[in-house]
Design a protein around this ligand. Sequence first.
Ligand SMILES: Nc1ncnc2c1ncn2[C@@H]1O[C@H](COP(=O)(O)OP(=O)(O)OP(=O)(O)O)[C@@H](O)[C@H]1O
Ligand SMILES: [Mg+2]
Length: 313
Amino acid sequence: MIFCGGKGGVGKTTVAAALALLATQRGRRVRIVSTDPAHSLGDLLETRLDHRPRRVAAGFEAMEIDPEQAVQTYLDEVAGRLRDYVKPALYGEIDRQMAQARHAPGAMEAALLEQVARMISEPPDEVDLLIFDTAPTGHTLRLLSLPEAMAAWTDGLLGQQRHSEAVGRAFRGLLPGQADTAGDERRAKLARTLEGRRQCFLKARERLVDASHSGFVLVLVPERLPVTETARTLDSLVDFKVPIAGLVINQVLPDQAEGQFLAGRRQVQETHLADIERRFARWPRLHLPLQREDVRIGKGLEHLAALLESNPG
Ligand SMILES: Nc1ncnc2c1ncn2[C@@H]1O[C@H](COP(=O)(O)OP(=O)(O)OP(=O)(O)O)[C@@H](O)[C@H]1O
Ligand SMILES: [Mg+2]
């Protein structure tokens, strides 16, 4: 699995697609997954994408997780589970609560994390390489700290449940013939759901920090803010023990870009490129030149893939 991270607009989607193309050319079956509601991956690949993987070329699939759709699926699931616990008279209340939760801060993030965690913990057999063109780096980092938070939460709930079961049993002992088997079954189901979810997040993290499974590719451009942000992100990734595959320094002005303005700009880039060399010396680095035109499949993406291959950095 490859995760493409970096500041907004630096070329994450472009690099993710170029990497996918390159891997496909090497005979690997690749799936690229985007969680960007702006459909930029679909635009780049000149196809309409949705949550079902679509074949873009031989051995190359792409899909887009729609955050709104993910929230809906997530809330439907939660509502379904809640219905097991309340009287039918309260179903309307559940629906009202769920409608509000749709717009609650963090709902989208939670829903996306859940889907991404599922995909990471159980990668599809039919592909060799998953490339995530995901939302900002912070999300992935939160995914890593989640298992602990979830463990505390799950343990708390399960502890309460065990406690109430013990109390229930004690009462039933006093009143023979009052066995609550339906209640026991519901509680066991809840325990399985919570435990399953926790295992999913734990497994996702295990895979994420395992260099034989995953690597993080940081994309940046030779400008001041992307460089400082990359430094911060690298620090966090190192803290979380996430394997870093390397850096792609994108939109480097080529030598043949002429004119006084571009010469000045190139000079600015050169200072940042030197800074990048100094600060990030311990990671593999590739350079990608700024292209004359916007990059798309069939129009420049293949060229960028070839440049990644020939490693001009
Ligand atoms: N090397 C390049 N040469 C020319 N144009 C490029 C290059 N890399 C990216 N671009 C262009 O820059 C724009 C932003 O690229 P891209 O969408 O890949 O960035 P992103 O980091 O995914 O953005 P976002 O943060 O919005 O998801 C696009 O129009 C893309 O075609
Ligand atoms: Mg993008």
